[in-house]
Design a binder for this molecule. Structure first.
Ligand code: HAM
Length: 410
């Protein structure tokens, strides 16, 4: 038997239903917040991610599904959605509409060649939003509120962590100070962190190694060294969240695993899903459009990991829906087919093609989760009637076929 690849999963039955429900709910909320749907290719040039997510990040450095296509192009399966949306934004020349705001949402598969474990897949799905052209911290606030609303709508309890990653004015001097601190304790840090001092020192802050975390307690904190503007923005963000009744923790070690962030960064975590607890992450990326050769345009967004929330979602009760049509004779089946076609214009209809007895049809309707079981037998056919049982109300009746055909319009 051929199996799905390691770290990749089929979405079938309950998982598929949950996936569809989540995407439907999130799309509705995204539209309410003024976002519109965008779809970008799953395969992109590798250099798109090198330039945006960053060569020193684990995602680009270790986890890309990268290959040379038949035309000799260096391509890879997208490891995340933001880079592709920003590329599309620049390619559509939207960066030239200065002062305009563009808000997009997307969902689909992402690929990272990670070591699979609970909550960590090689193919997983994200629902994300990206907002362009809005520099105000109110937009950061709105995206956090939106995430809070999303998790509330899905019945999922989360904690919110926020941080500020500064800007081109305050980040470089902070990075230098941090490198100085890290170099002094380098011997005691784990090998990964030792390597990162030179390549990506900020990432050291979020090392999961306990000894490293202990050593980092005394490390300089960016939140205490923000420039005036970043400090004002971060203070305002905290004030807005407090006033909105959204509980948050400031986590000075929250640095995110992608290099394009500046300013506000946030993560939503769940304490009910084990070690891979981040269910959503995002932040501001005011330089990214420039990195991809567009005109400077502020941006902010987030993405939710669908598989991580799948089991937590409180699903609405499943209800019986639509029609099951069955025939007791071959002639009756011929009468059912045109009826099914008409009803399907506005109703869910399942047709059983094999003629059989009433009991068997009722069983079939139950399995098909239909609300109504409608059957034509010899007698009904002769009178142009149809027998209908409402499986919810447990009522049955025989009506003229014409009456059912009229339902099509409702
Ligand atoms: P990210 O934090 O790398 O951010 O991913 C967002 C979410 O995707 C994570 O919080 C997690 O729930 C889920 N996720 C990540 N990797 C895996 C995996 N291997 N298996 C299952 N779920 C996973 C981004 O991707 C950014 N593009 C978010 C963003 C949008 N920032 C600004 N705009």
């Amino acid at each position: 038997m051929i199996h799905a690849l390691r770290g990749m999963k089929d979405l079938i039955f309950d998982d598929a239903r949950r996936y569809e429900y989540i995407i439907g709910t999130l799309s509705r909320i995204a539209r309410n917040y003024g976002f519109e749907y965008i779809e970008t290719p799953i395969l992109e040039e590798t250099r798109l991610f090198k330039r945006s997510v960053g060569e020193s990040s684990d995602i680009v450095g270790k986890e890309m599904y990268q290959f040379t296509d038949k035309g000799g192009n260096d391509v890879c399966l997208r490891p995340e959605g933001t880079a592709g949306v920003v590329r599309a934004f620049v390619q559509a020349k939207l960066d030239r509409q200065q002062g305009q705001k563009y808000r997009f949402f997307y969902h689909g598969p992402m690929f990272r060649y990670e070591r699979p474990q609970k909550g960590r897949l090689r193919e997983f799905h994200q629902f994300g939003v990206e907002s362009f052209g809005e520099k105000s911290v109110e937009e950061d606030f709105t995206l956090i509120v939106m995430l809070a609303e999303i998790f509330e709508a899905l019945g999922i309890r989360t904690r919110v962590k926020i941080n500020s990653l500064g800007c081109t004015a305050c980040m470089p001097p902070y990075r230098r100070r941090l490198v100085g601190y890290l170099e002094a304790i380098a011997q005691e840090l784990c090998p990964d962190c030792q390597r990162r001092i030179a390549t990506n020192p900020i990432r050291v802050l979020d090392c999961k190694n306990e000894q490293c975390q202990k050593l980092l307690e005394e490390a300089p904190k960016l939140s205490q060294e923000l420039c005036e503007q970043c400090d004002r923005d971060f203070t305002r963000l905290r004030k807005l969240l407090t006033e909105a009744g959204i509980a948050y923790e400031v986590d000075t070690h929250l640095v995110r695993g992608l290099d394009y962030y500046s300013g506000a960064a946030f993560e939503f975590v769940s304490d009910e899903i084990g070690a891979q607890s981040a269910v959503a992450g995002g932040g501001r990326y005011d330089r990214l459009v420039e990195f991809l050769e567009g005109r400077p345009t502020p941006g902010v967004g987030f993405a939710i990991g669908i598989e991580r929330i799948m089991e937590l979602v409180r699903m609405p009760q499943e209800r019986r829906e639509g029609w099951y049509l069955g025939a007791m004779t071959p002639e009756a089946l011929d009468r059912l087919l045109p009826l099914a076609r008409r009803l399907r214009r506005s109703h869910r209809v399942v047709v059983e093609y094999a003629p059989k007895g009433l009991k068997a049809h009722l069983k079939g309707a139950d399995k098909a989760k239909a609300r109504y079981c409608a059957v034509i037998g010899e007698e009904e056919l002769a009178k142009e009637h149809i027998w209908i049982k409402d499986l919810e109300a447990r009522e049955e009746k025989t009506v003229p076929l014409k009456e059912l055909e009229k339902l099509e319009a409702q």
